[in-house]
Design a protein around this ligand. Structure first.
Ligand code: ATP
Ligand code: MG
Length: 383
């Protein structure tokens, strides 16, 4: 038996495990340590992770992602309503007799309702299998992380999902605490307990949210001083800006509306995400080409980093305010902070780094593994 730590992301999941040589992250059947948070149901079977994401276009009605966002929430919750309206959802979504959000999907030849807890349990079950295959032992006990802003009800929904997946959740850890743990464990130069602590800020820009924490470290001691977050600011919101821009361009140039067709919309979103990533590494305009997009038309567009930053200005302002809030909540000045560690996939956006630098007056540090730090922290918790 082995205990593993799971970072259950909106976009993708990572599994960490404590081994004799240190903390490792586990690769899946594609030799990839990242497992996309996708579930795809079919006539005869269900697939998860990489294989499910590959069906996002071909089996769009029965492929679901992003369900972590609504875990434990009711259909009439304004947050759920805004989520459903904000981004185009290819799935049929409704509510059950208890008011829970349900995805109406075709599975094994019949229409069935699935709650976010059920979908999460399928994903967790896949991660359990991945861990068991890699470790060649049974895995039952886990530590799972959730966003710092998850309520008790949302945490309980996660526990339900673990139970359904045959997992025993020893502890639910906040993403922010998991990151702080993975930072603290390998630092050999932390001040001793009687000295002034070292204050470190952690900023996690994921796919769907921004989480910030200010922590005080002494040798063998970690105190979370304050946290702040924006639950509706992440990589997917940046993708949506690009999608909206391209939608308007294509309406004008090609007389097609990507938002009128689920398949087209999903393909456009995938291409815009790729474009976003390329813009992180290049300043010149990046082309976007999709063949046979709609009405048999090939479409072309492009964007450069300057245009992207102009479109994202309102989001970047929210980012700045959330960063400032952690200092205010902790009653600290930027000069009290020894270092700022950035993690999360979207922390690779250059403007993000500039804003972090502006607020804290120092260059952000990327010593932590941006993708794996949370899973590693969860694994440390079980060690
Ligand atoms: P959350 O923590 O919000 O639940 P997550 O942990 O699943 O989500 P991450 O894996 O941290 O999310 O980040 C995924 C996001 O990072 C995606 O939006 C992805 O497009 C974005 N991303 C990854 N690489 C880059 C890059 N090079 N440039 C810009 N964005 C990137
Ligand atoms: Mg995350």
């Amino acid at each position: 038996m082995s205990v593993v730590g799971i970072d259950l992301g909106t976009y993708s999941c990572y599994i960490g495990v404590a081994r004799a040589g240190g903390i490792e992250t586990i690769a899946n059947e594609y030799s990839d340590r990242c497992t996309p948070s996708y579930v795809s149901l079919g006539e005869k079977s269900r697939v998860l992770g990489v294989a499910a994401k590959q069906q996002a276009v071909t089996n769009f009605r029965n492929t679901v992602c992003g369900f972590k966002r609504i875990l434990g929430r009711k259909y009439d919750d304004p947050f759920v309503q805004s989520e459903l309206q904000k981004s185009f959802k290819p799935n049929h979504v409704g509510k059950d007799s208890n008011g829970n959000v349900v995805f109406q999907l075709n599975y094994l030849g019949e229409k069935q309702d699935f709650t976010a807890s059920q979908l999460t349990s399928m994903l967790l079950n896949k991660l359990k299998f991945t861990a068991e295959t890699s470790l060649k032992t049974k895995v039952v006990d886990v530590v799972v992380s959730v966003p710092v802003f998850f309520t008790d009800v949302e945490r309980r929904a996660l526990l339900d999902a673990c139970q359904l997946a045959g997992l025993n959740c020893l502890r639910i850890l906040n993403d922010t605490s998991a990151v702080a743990l993975s930072y603290g464990i390998y630092k050999t130069d932390l001040p001793i307990e009687t000295e002034k602590p070292r204050n470190v800020v952690f900023v996690d820009l994921g796919h769907s949210s921004l989480q910030v924490s200010a922590c005080a470290f002494n040798k063998g001691k970690l105190k979370v001083l304050a946290t702040s977050y924006d639950a509706q600011l992440g990589g997917k919101d940046l993708d949506e800006l690009i999608v909206d821009y391209m939608t308007e361009e294509f309406k004008k140039s090609y007389k097609v509306d990507p938002k009128s067709n689920a398949k087209a919309y999903i393909r456009l979103t995938q291409e815009c995400e790729k474009l976003k990533k390329l813009m992180s590494a290049n300043v010149q305009p990046i082309p976007l080409n999709i063949e046979c997009f709609m009405d048999d038309k090939d479409v072309h567009g492009s964007m450069d980093r300057a245009k992207f930053e102009e479109l994202a200005a309102p989001l970047f302002e929210r980012l700045e305010n959330t960063l400032q809030a952690v200092l205010d909540n902790a009653k600290l000045k930027s000069s009290d902070i020894a270092s700022v560690e950035i993690i999360g996939g979207a922390s690779r956006v250059p403007a993000f780094k500039s804003i972090v630098q502006k607020v804290f007056g120092k260059e952000p540090s990327t010593t932590l593994n941006a993708d794996e730090a949370v899973a590693r922290g969860c694994a440390l918790m079980c060690a």
